[in-house]
Design a protein around this ligand. Sequence first.
Ligand code: ADP
Ligand code: MG
Length: 266
Amino acid sequence: MTVLEARHLAIRIGEKQILSELTLAVPTGKITAILGPNGSGKSTLLKALSRVLKPQAGTVYFDGRDLKAISSKDLARRLAVLPQAPQSPPDLTVRDLVEHGRFPHRSWWKGPAAADRTIVTWALEQTGMLSMAERLVSTLSGGERQRAWIAMALAQQPQVLLLDEPTTYLDICHQLEIMQLVAKLNQENGITVVMVLHDINQAAQVADYIAVMRDGGIFAAGTPGQVVTQSMLREVFRVEADVLPAENGKPVFLVTGLANQKMKTT
Ligand code: ADP
Ligand code: MG
């Protein structure tokens, strides 16, 4: 089953062809990680999947419907996006930010209803942000801020959550905290997650399905075991690596050198 699907997608910005012939089926109810070198088109793909960018060719399907045919309000109720380095006005509290997530569910002539407030409180609870609800977003630490944004996305009660590098700039402990939060939202709330990750080992641990991008297309897609291989690391990331199974059976890799460089023999 697939909730979000791109078929033969092409995105051009100006003269530059950024995505071409890109086909990807996101499995429903799973965590999908998108990996790829800098500039391979990961953020552009998330923008195409969320209709921020319009493809020149190909189609994105949400629940089997062409994304173009879905109203903006309907889409916002089903799909939440957390962009790379999101910005909020400096004087916004965490609660204000999270309330924004309710806008697509409200009628234009009404303010927030009791149900909206309940859902905002629930989203704050789920992300461990309730005690910080009245803080200004601008005063939060990196990890707290990321959780506040995830709370906003959660208040949309989406079926699908797209995250662009949600752990970049966080230390390892706070990265893990965000990954565990994402896994909880997936498992307990059944939210399908698609996230761009920088750390391949982290992706192999947390994701059910991994899509690897190279030069604006999908190089490989499958389970971590199918995708995180020596040849993928060599051909996509240009490194030589040892790939070993972790205790839980997921692949872990250790870089041993750059690919295409003759190893010195003694
Ligand atoms: P990634 O997220 O994988 O690092 P991006 O999707 O951000 O890659 O970008 C892919 C390529 O498209 C890069 O070469 C980038 O410079 C280019 N690109 C992205 N957005 C624009 C834009 N608005 N105008 C021109 N080129 C862009
Ligand atoms: Mg990016």
